[in-house]
Design a protein around this ligand. Sequence first.
Ligand SMILES: [Fe+2]
Length: 302
Amino acid sequence: MTRGEFIWSALALAAMPTQARGSAGEKLKVNSIVIDAGAKKPFSVLHVSDTHLTAVYPHEDKWKQEMSRADTPIFGAKQEESLAEAVAYAGRHCDFLLHTGDLIDFVSEANLDIAKRLLPGGCIGALGNHEYSHYGWLVKKAGTAGPGREETREMLSKAYPFRLPIAAKELNGVTFVAIDDADGAVSEDQAREFRRIAAQGNPIVLCMHVPFYTPGICRAGKRWWKNGTDEANPELKLPDFQRQRSDSATCEFIEYLKGEPLLKGILSGHLHMFAEDRFSPTAMQYVAGGNFSFLGQMVRVT
Ligand SMILES: [Fe+2]
């Protein structure tokens, strides 16, 4: 998403969905959903996404200082507090925390230190497109994109307490599987690992950053981001959705998932707005609003 879109999003914070409510004494506004997965015993997960931390230390380079100066007000300047609120809320009310990417706005030592300090052991998560961004929209001015994907993932794996690029966590007979689809695509290795996990026979909740295309999520995204208004043509012209239709491993994985009866739900982020739509006969897809504006999603798994 472009910087202009982020600015628009910040201006639209006042219009956040009414289904997200804060309860007395809680700063986090939480949308409640239920996934009927056939759990041996019900449990709750706090799903947050898109915190967009923008911290930087004084010794970090001038482009990171500029990124921080420009993007901090866009995301409300309270992202660390909103992440801390989510962690505390999950500790009080849920069995574990799930973060589906863009925890950081760009890679900086200060952001990774906050992640290390705040993310609790036992949480699970996936990377977003911003986890791979070192200079964001300043990349041209900075003259470099920074370290590549593998090196960045290596760096992040030291700060984030979950496995990359695919992590699994089982509770009460239900397995949460988090995959890195930060560029909109799923690799053959990730798909193979997912099928290996599915072969164990547990119901599965798939967690990731970029939602899989469905007409309803596409329409909601278009309305939110003002990305065209032609309702007769609900294709959101986002490269992520286009990649999901052109990358053969991703197409194959999505086709397989649509027929996988063990898939009971999908939790994603990236759009900075709440949305839900049916993905397959057995699974709804739920998109969480941006945690930078103190939003989260309470997932009751039954
Ligand atoms: Fe984001």
